[in-house]
Design a protein around this ligand. Sequence first.
Ligand code: SF4
Length: 412
Amino acid sequence: MQAENSSTECGEPPSGRSFQALKKFTSAGRGFWHDVSEADWNDWRWQLKHRITTVGQLEKLMPTLTPAELAGARLANHKLALGITPYFFNLIDPADENCPIRRQMIPRIEETTTAAWEMSDPCGEDSHSPVPGLVHRYPDRVLFLVTDRCASYCRYCTRSRLVSNATGYDFHPEFDKQIAYIAAHPEIRDVLLSGGDPLLLSDEKLENLLSRLRAIPHIEFLRLGTRIPVFLPQRITPELCAVLKQFHPLFISIHTNHPRELTTEVRAALSRLADAGIPLGNQSVLLKHVNDDADVMKAHVQKLLMCRVKPYYLYQCDLIAGSAHLRASVARGLEIMEKLRGHTTGYAVPQYVIDAPGGGGKVPVNPEYVLCRNAGRVLIRNFEGKIFEYPEAADGTPAGLPPKEIVESELV
Ligand code: SF4
């Protein structure tokens, strides 16, 4: 088994694949479903209907399940349902217990262990919810929960209290009330549709909802948070793109964690969205044995740019109940950020954030680049560890000596 949080000595990432191999685009293939017709396989409704949702199906398709996975799968439907599209299931390596896709999708018995500091609602959404399905935590924007269903279920889901409805949360968004609240609050200029996954709505329902939101004069900006292009690229049809492009400015945040998720199918789906004029960003969650390695993360963000997606956020994994086995440390996250900034294209570098436990909102966390700051100067460090002085003055006019690089002996 790979040693925790480390690359191998030969410089290969933990997945055992070389950096260039991680960046290669390949198809998820047909796997167990090789005899399904092309039309069915490319039909998103067929994919949803044939999801792997039971322990029996899982055992049949993956006889290599470990005892921890089997026990987890048996209990999953009391916590967060088991659900994986056939397309995405094909990305799992059944021979690798630490396969990064497997760790995200296959339940494990560790999910039933909750540490004292873990929570069912780590971002405090319920306490910031003025009407069912709407979260108003920041002054000028709201989170609009559309559904509690996703195409596949991520084992670290921060909204697992309601997503998949396994815990009896009784989620009933009321679009009329949600829209009425937004219309009555002129300070709201930005609406993020999420869930569950908003792209599971039919084209008609989505068009209706987006039209109603666009009709509110103070709504400047619409966003969708979705993992559908990754779990179900078949859903990104030309018809869906035609619906979405009516509502610009409309941005989409996708959610991917590992370069293997970026297949040729996903790249084509993202191209269709980008061609519809939709700016695309990506949100990743830092996950142990999935992407807590600088090479894996670098390959991932570079691959995202090749898919026309800007890496937007890297999230520290929320303190969701039963997620300790998937959570990497903040120290590890900072180390990875250090190895990205300056070492690859600036557009490829996401902002690392911690969602402050209990509802404090996103807090950016960065390696220390400002070493010292006072009324006369700022000492900064670059990505190579070189130290520079930037002269500071109250009105912004450098008052002292010109800027220069500092050698270590001068720092005493
Ligand atoms: S797609 Fe998003 S909402 Fe759905 S299970 Fe995964 S993290 Fe949760």
